[in-house]
Design a protein around this ligand. Structure first.
Ligand SMILES: [Zn+2]
Length: 125
């Protein structure tokens, strides 16, 4: 946890942070290396979500946000951030959420601490 604090990952509705060990693994394997290479701040829009909050924001039923395995990120150059994550090659799932003009609104990225990372890339419009 070099560039991020656990506090940045707490649930937006209740302030809870479950599965901190999973969040730590996500940061150390995916977020910190990406932040290092990017050289600019990264904002965590959504980190851990309690089940109630996940429903409130329309998250999928098995959302990795509820396990502390996922974060939604944005920064001044989302395209570059996506390229860096991709190139680093350590992620379970990366979803680029696009604006109507095709630019990246935010990036969802996940990491499974216990292995079986799928390296799956998706685009959501
Ligand atoms: Zn909550």
């Amino acid at each position: 946890m070099k560039y991020f604090r656990m506090e940045e990952f707490k649930c937006k509705c209740c302030g809870q942070v479950d599965f901190p060990e999973n969040i730590k693994a996500l940061v150390e394997n995916v977020l910190d290396p990406a932040r290092e290479k990017l050289g600019k701040p990264i904002v965590v829009n959504s980190g851990y979500r309690c089940p109630k909050h996940n429903i409130a924001v329309g998250g999928v039923v098995n959302s990795q946000h509820m396990k502390g395995e996922a974060a939604d990120l944005c920064c001044a150059d989302n395209k570059r951030l996506a390229e860096i994550i991709e190139k680093n090659g350590k992620y379970d799932q990366m979803i680029k959420y696009l604006r109507p003009d095709g630019s990246i609104r935010f990036i969802h990225v996940s990491w499974k601490r216990n292995g079986g990372n799928r390296k799956q890339r998706l685009v959501s419009k």
